[in-house]
Write a protein that binds this ligand. Structure first.
Ligand code: GTP
Ligand code: SPV
Ligand code: MN
Length: 590
């Protein structure tokens, strides 16, 4: 087998399993060369240079954006493809109505047919990675085999990639096997298949984001959620944020919002000038692995080491830290360009696009200059507010869990669940307008329980049962809340300014956790009164605030009946505790 000539020292002794698997994939895919990734800066620099030479990457204006590059994906390959994503379990019911399902033998045959000979003329990269701090008992390793150097560079930013991960795999023995090829980038020959019972992923025909960076949604959510159910923990689509209050208390909060609904922005929140003394730091922006601790609390780690974030909307007013973070050593995908080679996207008030995301002269008739799902990939170390606790192998203890969605009506700015089981209903009831993060229509409300609809690797009914069981093991569970930053007025304007101002809502939640803040009871849970929120320096009218904190029983009766209809497809597998919570809410609304 060919080895990488650039390696100065030999890679760690491989486990037999790793060597056999890589060799079998080599025989199937027939690459011209095999490159074992060691994860050094020099290796990534060389791969980047190679892609610049071949024209796949473009150097951006190096004076303004040092170390930054632009990648343009195929125009038909710009987002996750949920309709082509499958969970292949022996029993169809284990995947549930929330997943596309295929029989594992049939799926393997289909995928192996696509992979046969697909790397001829290409290099096969072996990418060992660790999700979570290398010394954390909660971290898990995987190996992604890919024929895309762009994927390798992304994985180097997004995970602990290379030699140390391979060493951990050699010690532990188990790892998730991810096989990826960009294939022909033909949407008709594109599948993202998961085999949770075999800890295996096979992804063919896409080079984009969650379809191709297999450590992220495929491993850290779909496969990990399955393992977490078996082993008694949770793998969730949640940001993790650290908040120090002016009183000097430190709290950690996890929040699940659907794709492109504000996780990165909340994880990197900048306190408004009128809330002095608050300090906010980031633990993670997309995924949390959460374990019950010996103290009866939940403890969470961020399995990732970088951010694959939404570019449009990022500017000095919405989030200066994110804006500054992506001015250096950042890989941009599908943004537009200015005259002098700087990246440009919708939401910037400076600069002018001249080349659109597809490389054409910019013409507004063709739609936005940057793709609405254009992304930045950047190491978490570039975040000026990256918390040192993100590297703590024990993780951080959670004071609160927040669920949220993008709703122009119905859901108020914030409400609090009555207790854990009611909180599971609140999470299971998340509904949100679809976004450009997945292929399909944008702006239609769909049910997205716990923001996991595209990511739960097993039957949602079993998942809710697991959530309820987790709660019964906690003597000190986090409080559960729901937020909606996206309520609109009759003219379609956002009622709430969002971004940094969201801290006012979080501050109320933390006061609820310590028993200091007031609230009123409503049929859906506890809401703050206007006077319970810190509104000093906030530029929102009293009318708008009251509207934001209104629960309309008629709309909520409709919401409850939608939820009932949604649960019906899961039949009597739905845990009785969840049905009981829905019934109680219906009674309170009657
Ligand atoms: P994924 O990476 O897809 O999981 O997305 P995410 O949940 O991290 O969303 P992100 O923070 O990147 O925000 C997505 C879009 O929503 C961006 O265009 C943001 O500018 C916008 N956004 C984020 N927070 C707010 C908010 O509080 N109010 C409003 N109006 N928009 C927001
Ligand atoms: C999401 O869609 O939730 C993302 C981007 O975070 S992706 O990596 O494509 O899943
Ligand atoms: Mn996400």
């Amino acid at each position: 087998m060919a080895t990488a000539p650039h390696l100065l020292t030999p890679l760690p002794k491989l486990s037999r399993e790793v060597a056999d698997w890589v060799e079998s994939v080599r025989q199937l895919t027939q690459p011209d060369a095999v490159h074992w990734c060691e994860g050094s800066e020099e290796e990534i620099r060389q791969l980047t240079e190679q892609l610049v030479q071949s024209g796949e990457l473009m150097k951006l204006n190096q004076e303004q954006f040092p170390g930054c590059h632009l990648y343009r994906s195929h125009p038909s390959d710009v987002a996750r493809v949920e309709h082509l994503t499958y969970v292949c379990t022996r029993s169809k019911d284990d995947a549930g109505p929330n997943n596309n399902w295929m029989d594992p033998a049939e799926a393997h045959a289909k995928m192996d047919g696509l992979f046969r000979g697909c790397m001829r003329g290409r290099t096969l990269y072996v990418v060992p990675y660790c999700m979570g701090p290398l010394d954390s008992p909660y971290a898990r390793c995987g190996i992604e085999i890919t024929d895309s150097a762009y994927v390798v560079i992304n994985m180097a930013l997004m995970t602990r990639m290379g030699r140390a991960a391979l060493e951990r795999i050699a010690r532990e023995g188990t790892f998730v096997r991810g096989l990826h090829s960009i294939g022909e980038l033909d949407p008709e020959r594109r599948f993202i298949m998961h085999f949770p019972e075999e800890l295996t992923i096979k992804s063919y025909g896409s080079g984009y984001g969650g379809n191709a960076l297999l450590g992220k949604k495929c491993h850290a959510l779909r496969i990990a959620s399955w393992q977490a159910r078996d082993e008694g923990w949770l793998a969730e689509h949640m940001l993790l944020v650290e908040l120090k209050s002016p009183r000097g208390e430190t709290h950690y909060v996890a929040a699940a919002f659907p794709s492109a609904c504000g996780k990165t922005n909340l994880a990197m929140l900048i306190p408004p000038a009128s809330m002095p003394g608050w300090e906010v730091s980031t633990i993670g922006d997309d995924i949390a692995w959460i374990h019950p601790g010996p103290d009866g609390r939940l403890w969470a780690i961020n399995p990732e080491a970088g951010y694959f974030g939404v570019v449009p909307g990022t500017n000095p007013e919405t989030n200066r830290n994110a804006y500054e973070m992506i001015r250096r050593d950042t890989l941009f995908t599908n943004v537009a360009l200015t005259e002098d080679g700087q990246p440009w996207w919708e939401g910037l008030s400076t600069g002018k696009p001249v080349i659109d995301w597809q490389g054409r002269p910019y013409d507004p008739a063709n739609g936005p200059a940057a793709h609405p799902n254009s992304r930045f990939t950047v190491s978490a170390r570039r975040n000026p507010r990256y918390s040192p606790r993100a590297e703590d192998p024990r993780g951080v203890p959670l004071s609160a869990i927040i669920f949220g969605g993008r709703r122009r009506s119905v859901a108020p700015l914030v409400y609090e669940a009555r207790d854990w089981n009611h909180g599971v209903l609140v999470g299971a009831s998340v509904a949100s307008e679809t976004t450009a993060a997945a292929v399909g229509q944008v702006g239609v409300v769909r049910r997205d329980p716990m923001a996991m609809q595209p990511f739960c690797g097993y039957n949602f009914a079993d998942y809710w049962r697991h959530w309820i069981a987790m709660g019964s093991r906690l003597t000190n569970p986090p409080r559960i809340f729901h937020v909606n930053w996206f309520r609109r007025d009759a003219q379609g304007n956002f009622l709430w300014p969002g971004f940094g101002e969201n801290l006012r809502v979080i501050a109320w939640m933390l006061e609820r956790c310590t028993g200091k803040a007031g609230a009123v009871e409503s049929p859906i849970g506890y809401l703050p009164r206007v006077e319970d929120l810190d509104t000093q320096g906030l530029n929102v009218s009293g009318d708008a605030l009251r509207e934001l904190l209104t629960v309309d029983p008629a709309l909520w009766r409709k919401e409850a009946s939608d939820m009932r209809a949604y649960l019906a497809q899961f039949g009597n597998r739905v845990p009785k505790e969840l049905v009981a919570e829905l019934e109680k809410m219906e009674q309170r609304l009657a």
